[in-house]
Design a protein around this ligand. Structure first.
Ligand code: NAP
Length: 252
């Protein structure tokens, strides 16, 4: 990205930014001048906190906040703290997400609920609490997935959550337009992170064979799209889903 991207003075919160795409996003926004909030969810071993603190250690002027996005009270407390300590919000990126692939016949109610609760409900809670704080010129960016358009085998919960995020993106875009806030989604294809590294090797190989670009996506491919959509250059783009997938799916 060239120097026509500048987020100096902006406050950016990225959910699930202890690793993967989320960590790449806070690092990039911070590099281009933004003050960032790194969010993680606590686990009994303290691994997530350690990873979040490691991400923060490489950044300037950063706030680390623990909150499970599927818990509305925790989300409310996170945004209260952002308001109190940073004085407002310019960019919310709903990145936190999980995947629990099982065929419809085999998926448990617990797995179904966990995916919907974190991916979809978490995105909703964050938009709801962030909306009153977002300043004019603000941005909401949601991480959807190609699965939400294609409905890939074994991804009933994940694909449904991501398709719903696309619909929520369009509703929020209409509702927040009056406060000069745009709302868009990025639908990544197959990006090299812990999430895809956990896939069985034969599934990953099959994906790769279907990629016109001939390579798996990098975190930087998503970060570049996010920087553009959150910049003033994308002021007139709202309610859209940008597919970033190396040609795996070409939406009409
Ligand atoms: P990842 O490496 O598994 O990272 C997911 C992040 O979400 C982690 O930081 C995790 O935090 C956080 N998280 C999980 N549950 C949370 C909760 N309840 N509250 C707060 N944070 C939570 O995944 P990724 O590949 O970077 O994916 C990022 C986003 O892109 C997800 O929404 C994913 O669905 C989407 N996406 C990814 C791909 C891909 O190919 N990688 C493709 C399409 C869409 P902890 O470390 O604290 O658990």
């Amino acid at each position: 990205m060239s120097d026509w991207i500048d987020f100096t003075g902006k406050i950016v919160l990225v959910t699930g930014s202890s690793r993967g795409i989320g960590a790449g996003l806070v690092e990039a926004f911070n590099r281009f001048g933004a003050r960032c909030v790194v969010n993680y969810v606590a686990d009994p071993q303290g691994r997530n906190e350690a990873e979040a603190r490691q991400v923060a250690a490489g950044l300037k002027n950063v706030l680390v906040i623990e909150a499970d996005v599927s818990n509305p009270a925790a989300v409310a407390a996170m945004f209260d703290r952002v308001q109190r300590e940073l004085g407002g919000l310019d960019i919310l990126i709903n990145n936190a997400g999980i995947i629990r692939d099982r065929s419809i016949k085999k998926i448990s109610a617990d797995d179904w609920n966990a995916v919907l609760n974190i991916n979809l409900n978490g995105t909703f809670h964050c938009i709801q609490h962030a909306s009153p704080m977002l300043r004019p010129g603000g941005r909401v960016l949601n991480l959807a997935s190609v699965a939400g358009s294609l409905g890939l085998f074994g991804q009933a919960s994940y694909a449904s959550s991501k398709a719903a995020i696309m619909a929520l993106t369009r509703v929020a875009a209409r509702e927040l337009a009056r406060q000069q806030v745009t709302v868009n989604a990025i639908a990544p294809g197959f990006i090299d992170t812990d999430m895809t590294r956990a896939m069985p090797e034969e599934v990953a190989k099959k994906f790769l064979e279907q990629l016109p670009a001939g390579r798996i996506g990098k975190v930087g491919d998503i970060v570049d799209a996010a920087l553009f959509l959150c910049s003033p250059h994308a002021d007139y783009i709202t309610g859209q889903v940008l597919h970033v997938n190396g040609g795996f799916h070409m939406a009409g």
